[in-house]
Write a protein that binds this ligand. Structure first.
Ligand code: BES
Ligand code: MN
Ligand code: MN
Length: 452
């Protein structure tokens, strides 16, 4: 009955998703402020159209939060669905094969910014609500909280959650904003990494200097910064900041074996991203390197002359953005401090160093023995005919730790994207199959969890 409904309505479902994808809700760029709000309005209306009892916007110091509810019965458990309607900037624009905000279907995939992260994914929950309303299949009370600042660190979400604990009361949080192993191998994400994001600046002279007149006698901030960044890893690929690994759990041999049991094709992995060889911390597999090990990466670096031709100059300044992916118990504030102190300590006296912290978030591990996890597992078993494999994803959703701390709620990460969907990259896409089977699996989850 659910499958038929999806088949009969899939063209409309897709059209509705496309309408959301056409609005450039780029949270990072203030020029899109109006579009971000318009998207929030569309989400609110979509919830009402799908059968929500009510839905409204909550204003924040930044972009609005959409909140809606469907109450079914006082006896039924309550599921809090979280998602985000904001998207990453589409840049670099010239690398897109079709316009980022004009959804284009090719090879069974929807190409658009936000197709997978996260419009296509949270919208599955809206359509699941429609089906449950139309077919009277409600298993659970539903609360929806769809925010507009996830891609910029959710700064205003923590205060909102703290101020609205009653409103957000639920039995579990359900999020579709992660990846599956593949359409043949369903999985449920049980771990996410945390994040500390830094910006550093190295400064030497009080102005740019002639590199002939002064060269050799004055520290070059670009040379110094490069050397400092290079020193942040040792020759084993480990992060060389004292204390960085102090709180990192060493998993047991059995736990590691379990994680490595997930199917992984290294040749295909390399081919898909155009690599001959992989690179990373010695002694760990690729699955471990992205799932259970912390990392440090330079995300951007600039300084000096980068225009056409050549300019012989000793720049006065050089900067970099550096982020660290964290694992459970590595607290972002502690890591930020370790990084700052270390980075300042390795600077030679010939330069001044400034370190600034951007947003961060804690890692999360979700239980695999809760009623909600078992309901999700049964839903996959029923719709996919296969038991989902628990996995650890490398990305971050800081709100998961916040839900646990502030509301005492566990999360089920039932994502339907693929790591190859080009999230945050040009040509982001989402499989139509993933979208449709996701809706079916969410309806099944609601039935199983409602019974538990
Ligand atoms: N949906 C992603 C996180 C993600 C992607 C988790 C794939 C697992 C698999 C989310 O929108 C995101 O991009 N998060 C940011 C962190 C945030 C604080 C900006 C990230 O991971 O870089
Ligand atoms: Mn996301
Ligand atoms: Mn994202």
């Amino acid at each position: 009955m659910v499958k038929e409904y999806i088949e009969q309505n899939q063209t409309r479902f897709l059209e509705e998703l496309f309408a959301l994808l056409r609005v450039p809700s780029v949270s990072a760029d203030s020029r899109f402020k109006g579009d971000v709000r318009q998207t929030a309005e569309l989400v609110r209306q979509a919830l009402l159209d799908a059968g929500a009892d009510h839905a409204r916007l909550y204003e924040t110091a930044g972009h609005p939060i959409v909140y809606g509810e469907k109450r079914v019965s006082n006896d039924a458990p309550t599921v809090l669905v979280y998602g985000h309607y904001d998207v990453q900037p589409p840049d670099p624009l010239d690398l897109w094969n079709s316009p980022p905000f004009e959804p284009t279907v090719k090879d069974g995939k929807i190409f658009a910014r936000g197709a997978c992260d996260d419009k296509g994914q949270f919208f599955m929950h809206v359509k699941a609500l429609e089906i449950m309303s139309k077919k009277n299949l409600h298993g659970c009370n539903l609360k929806f909280m769809i925010e507009g600042e996830e891609e910029v660190g959710s700064d205003n979400l923590a205060p909102f959650v703290k101020e609205h604990k009653d409103l957000l009361k639920a039995d579990v949080v359900l999020i579709s904003d992660t990846s599956l192993i593949s359409l043949d191998t369903p999985s449920i994400t049980c771990g996410l990494r945390g994040l500390s994001y830094m910006e550093v600046e190295v400064e030497s002279a009080n102005r740019d200097l002639h590199s002939g007149v002064y060269g050799g006698a004055v520290a070059n901030p670009i040379n110094i910064l490069s050397k400092m960044i290079a020193s942040l890893h040792d020759d084993q690929g480990r992060v060389a900041i004292p204390g960085f690994y102090d709180k990192v759990h060493n998993l047991t041999t059995e736990e590691r074996a379990e994680i490595n049991r997930a199917p992984f094709n290294e040749e295909q992995y390399k081919k898909e991203i155009g690599l001959e060889a992989l690179y990373g911390e010695k002694g760990f597999t690729t699955i471990e390197r992205t799932g259970i090990r912390p990392t440090l990466d330079c995300n951007g670096i600039w300084g000096g002359y980068t225009g056409e031709g050549a300019k012989t100059v000793l720049p006065a300044r050089a900067s970099a953005k550096i982020s660290m992916r964290l694992v459970p118990d590595q607290h972002p504030n502690e890591i930020t401090e370790l990084f700052s102190n270390h980075f300042k300590s390795i600077a030679p006296p010939s330069v001044r160093v400034r370190v600034k912290a951007h947003h961060g978030g804690e890692a999360a591990v979700t239980p695999t023995d809760s009623k909600a996890f078992l309901a999700a597992s049964s839903a996959f078993q029923e719709v996919w005919g296969k038991k989902p494999i628990p996995t650890r994803d490398g990305g971050s959703i800081p709100i998961v730790a916040l839900f646990k701390r502030e509301l005492g709620l566990d999360t089920v990460l039932m994502g339907f994207g693929l790591d190859t969907d080009a999230l945050h990259s040009p040509n982001e896409h989402y499989g139509i199959k993933n979208f449709l089977i996701g809706i079916e699996t969410i309806v099944a989850f609601n039935r199983h969890f409602g019974k538990s």
